[in-house]
Design a protein around this ligand. Structure first.
Ligand SMILES: NC(=O)c1ccc[n+]([C@@H]2O[C@H](COP(=O)([O-])OP(=O)(O)OC[C@H]3O[C@@H](n4cnc5c(N)ncnc54)[C@H](OP(=O)(O)O)[C@@H]3O)[C@@H](O)[C@H]2O)c1
Length: 277
């Protein structure tokens, strides 16, 4: 257990789908909290049975039950049903409890207004969280106490890496960069594999080459601490193959295509946030 940070703390989950389950698994695998102190609510009995069997946590089909018990209540439902889910819980969650929402584009102001609870953390994780390799960016209302901030960091850290930001607008930017980020990388992976197949590799071999290249390059960039341009220069010899490849990519606006794609995602995140109000 993490130095009593979660002593006598019950964590409730509203929604036990992909992300809720990933968080539960991360918390237990990292020994952050004991299974008895987790209660998940979801409409599906069979999901509950599996959670109880796999993790030994408690389960209910009644959101209000988890909400009443929780000292930390995590909202992990789809954005389109959030309002419907929050409505019956309005004023029912202890005012001292911490609310954590991972629901895309739901603003802190909306959560505070609908639940009548001022201690709110809004977080944006990404899909690799499902294997404990996520990147989660989060912010908190001023009312969230110091211990609750440390609890939020620990909980969100169970999904992989976490980063606190003190300006909610950075969450829209994070949505575009790290939230949607895996999709850009998956597209890049797909395109590289296709290029390998075009040259004559089997899909399986091309896949192996591409995955390991991405993993290796990403870890190398992190470990070396060098600017990516320096690393790129290291593999680019004059008149060589990499120079020829990079020249074509730049000519076809590879860099600007990425920048414009991320900018469009950011604009969309801002728009969706405005619709939420
Ligand atoms: N997946 C990601 O990588 C990712 C990344 C960033 C942010 N997020 C955010 O995380 C949230 C959850 O995503 P997810 O991928 O975990 O979705 P999910 O797998 O669909 O999980 C949501 C769960 O909530 C259940 N649910 C439906 N109605 C409910 C209700 N009235 N009360 C309680 N639970 C209810 C769903 O059941 P049904 O299956 O019947 O609908 C499902 O089991 C989303 O808001 C999303 O924006 C996800």
């Amino acid at each position: 257990m993490s130095g009593g940070l979660f002593e006598n703390t019950t964590i409730g989950f509203i929604g036990a789908g992909a992300m809720g389950t990933a968080m539960i698994a991360g918390l237990l695998n990292k020994n952050i909290i004991k299974a008895d102190y987790i209660i998940a609510a979801d409409p599906h009995e069979e999901k509950g049975e599996k959670l109880v069997q796999d993790y030994g946590i408690r389960f209910t089909t009644e959101n209000i039950e988890a909400a009443r018990e929780a000292d930390v209540l995590v909202f992990a439902v789809k954005p389109q049903i959030l309002h419907r889910v929050m409505n019956p819980l309005r004023g029912k969650v202890d005012h001292a409890s911490l609310i954590i929402s991972i629901v895309a584009s739901a603003k802190m102001r909306t959560l505070v207004g609908e639940l009548l609870n001022s201690r709110v953390v809004r977080a944006m994780p990404n899909t690799p969280a499902q294997i404990g390799q996520g990147m989660t960016v989060w912010c908190a209302t001023d009312e969230v106490e110091d211990r609750q901030r440390r609890q939020a960091a620990s909980l969100l850290g169970a999904l992989g890496e976490q980063l606190y930001v003190d300006d909610e607008r950075l969450l829209d930017m994070a949505t575009a960069l790290s939230g949607s980020g895996p999709a850009y990388v998956f597209l890049f992976i797909e395109a590289m594999i296709d290029a390998g197949v075009r040259m004559g590799f089997t899909y399986r071999d091309a896949s192996k080459l591409v995955m390991q290249t991405l993993r290796g390059a990403s870890e190398f960039a992190q470990v070396s601490g060098l600017h990516p341009a320096q690393l790129r220069n290291q593999v680019t010899s004059p008149g060589g193959t990499t120079a020829a490849g990079l020249y074509e990519l730049e000519k076809l606006h590879f860099r600007t295509a990425i920048a414009e794609g991320i900018w469009a995602a950011y604009q969309r995140a801002v728009e969706l946030g405005e619709e939420d109000e």
